[in-house]
Design a binder for this molecule. Structure first.
Ligand SMILES: N[C@@H](CCC(=O)N[C@@H](CS)C(=O)NCC(=O)O)C(=O)O
Length: 231
């Protein structure tokens, strides 16, 4: 098959591509790269992504990494509805605006909180230092509040009244800290309604992509991550 996606649903950008490909009915071959088994460090995978991270894409032998670059590539290569990544210069710029902003905001802070509070303590079997968790939580809260009060002000979606690739990127990052016991929806009605809209527009794929996130968030909440032997 022409298109291969290398991914792990524990990874936010992997979930983005999985949801987008399924939602746009772009056929692809699924190649799971299980992070907890270290499959991304295998030499065979290093040939796909020399940085040993997921996701990655292969299209008729053309290898591409970085989820945002992959999304833009897919929108150019395949016939997808215009609202995902509009052709109109100004509307496309709005989507790009969010995609640039998110790297140092939702991506950085939601992922760091998850790593510091959940993943690293679980791998090391040692509790996180509370002062580190507090610091990461502060940064994350600040950017979640910016989503609530700035990006989602008077809009149904992040860049307008139609869903775009920016929304899938944003939502998948915002869901991640739930696994570490933090509910981004709490006290944020705009963000809550937006997450519901993104899920509604992309289901059943959204829920399928988040099955492990939901499972861990629901089952393990309250159990100290350093005492969990496996995910
Ligand atoms: N900027 C990259 C991020 C890739 C990335 O950081 N992937 C993580 C999972 S979310 C990973 O593979 N981590 C494994 C590791 O660092 O060992 C993208 O958007 O594709």
């Amino acid at each position: 098959m022409g298109l291969k996606l290398y991914y792990d649903l524990m990874s936010q950008p992997s979930r983005v591509l999985y949801i987008f490909l399924k939602q746009c009915k772009i056929p692809f071959e699924e190649h799971k790269v299980v992070l907890k088994k270290g499959e991304h460090f295998m030499p065979k995978y290093e040939e796909i992504n020399p940085f040993q991270k997921v996701p990655a894409l292969e299209h008729n032998g053309f290898k591409l990494i970085e989820s945002v670059a992959i999304l833009r590539y897919l929108c150019r290569e395949f016939k997808v509805d215009d609202h995902w990544y509009p052709i109109s210069s100004k509307n496309q710029a709005r989507v790009d605006e969010y995609l640039e902003w998110q790297h140092n905001n939702t991506r950085l802070h939601c992922a760091t909180y998850f790593l510091v509070k959940f993943l690293i303590p679980m791998i090391k079997g040692k509790p996180a230092r509370p002062e580190n968790v507090t610091k990461c939580e502060g940064h994350m809260i600040e950017c979640l509040d910016q989503l609530e009060n700035i990006w989602l002000k008077n809009k149904l979606f992040l860049t307008g009244d139609k869903i775009s690739i920016a929304d899938i990127v944003g939502a998948c990052e915002v869901e991640q800290p739930r696994m570490a016991g933090f509910d981004p929806r709490e006290g944020r009605p705009q963000l809550t309604a937006w997450l519901e809209r993104v899920a509604e527009e992309t289901n059943p794929h959204y829920d399928e992509a988040h099955k492990y996130v939901n499972q861990i968030a629901n089952n393990y909440l309250g159990i100290p991550p350093h005492s969990l032997s496996k995910l």
